[in-house]
Design a protein. Structure first.
Length: 305
């Protein structure tokens, strides 16, 4: 099922046609409040009433024109201005190809630096895409982080190289959001079974917590809905001298909202990622591939209201 959904995410015909179907559009509303920045901001204000910070991401990747990259950067700048104007505790996350990485690396870096400067002191996250972009994305982060300390990087536990990337980044005091990964990758570069991905996720968290305990300055965000895994990381931290929970929990809008509230009530720092934009199809299919429960929900949208 996971492989089928990831294939569907990358299929050009389905990408053009499935988003037009009413039940697809109805199902995606569970995972994003709307396609516009205004709808995302309104949703964020509801979370503000609950005392929950948010993380915004504009959907879209692999652009073919630099003009589109410039437009995406401008839209993010407007979003940052609106976050500040409304007094929302919000950060933003951008994909490198969304800022033109396929077309002009230097221009992408310039866009990223502009966003980081405008957002400071709030964090601007550099999201991770498929493994073909991993090295270039890490290099971008190494270039921007020394000049903008409010930048963070997303890393994926299913990639076999991630432990080396963490060790490589420790000297620049990184801000890392760790996710499991949701792209179709070959077994030469990625773990394929859930057991292996989860085991590596826990091992990566342990390595970063040990680095913190040894005096390294860094930030760790757990980008996962796997509550059992979150609690395993917490147990390790508690048993190794951390009095406060030394990481954030970051979950997507609309997914396991009951667990988000429960973890927050128990004292976990929780942040909700709010996605928006018209280019939602590949992102949505990867969300379905992550959890079977999401597929069940999508199938229910075939039923009449």
């Amino acid at each position: 099922m996971r492989r089928l959904l990831l294939w569907m995410a990358g299929n050009a015909f389905l990408r053009r046609n499935l988003p037009r179907l009413w039940f697809t559009r109805r199902a995606v509303r569970r995972f994003m409040p709307g396609e516009t920045a205004l709808e995302a901001l309104v949703a964020a204000e509801r979370f503000r009433e609950q005392g929950t910070p948010v993380l915004f991401t504009l959907l879209g990747e692999n652009l073919s024109r630099l003009e589109d990259a410039d437009a995406h950067a401008a839209e993010y700048l407007e979003l940052i201005d609106e976050i500040n104007r409304r007094g929302i505790d919000g950060e933003v996350s951008v994909k490198p190809t969304q800022l033109g990485l396929d077309l002009d690396r230097d221009r992408t870096l310039a866009h990223l630096e502009r966003l980081a400067g405008a957002a400071a002191p709030r964090t601007v996250w550099l999201d991770m895409e498929g493994s073909a972009y991993t090295e270039t994305t890490v290099e971008l982060y190494e270039a921007v982080k020394p000049r903008h300390s409010n930048t963070g990087l997303c890393l994926q536990s299913y990639l076999k190289r991630t432990y080396s990337d963490v060790q490589r980044l420790l000297p620049i005091e990184p801000r890392i959001r760790l996710v499991k990964g949701a792209y179709a990758e070959p077994p030469t570069v990625a773990y394929r079974s859930r057991r292996e991905v989860d085991a590596n996720y826990l091992a990566l968290c342990v390595s970063m917590l040990e680095a913190m305990r040894n005096g390294r300055r860094m930030f760790l965000g757990l980008g996962t809905h796997d509550v059992e895994l979150i609690r395993q990381v917490e147990q390790y931290a508690r048993s190794n001298g951390f009095e406060q929970i030394p990481f954030d929990v970051e979950m997507l809008y609309g997914i396991r909202a009951d667990q988000q509230r429960r973890l927050k009530k128990e004292g976990f720092p929780v942040r909700v990622l709010i996605a928006y934009g018209s280019a939602w199809y590949p992102w949505y299919m990867r969300r379905l591939a992550e959890r079977p429960a999401n597929v069940v929900f999508a199938l229910r949208q075939l039923l009449p209201v």
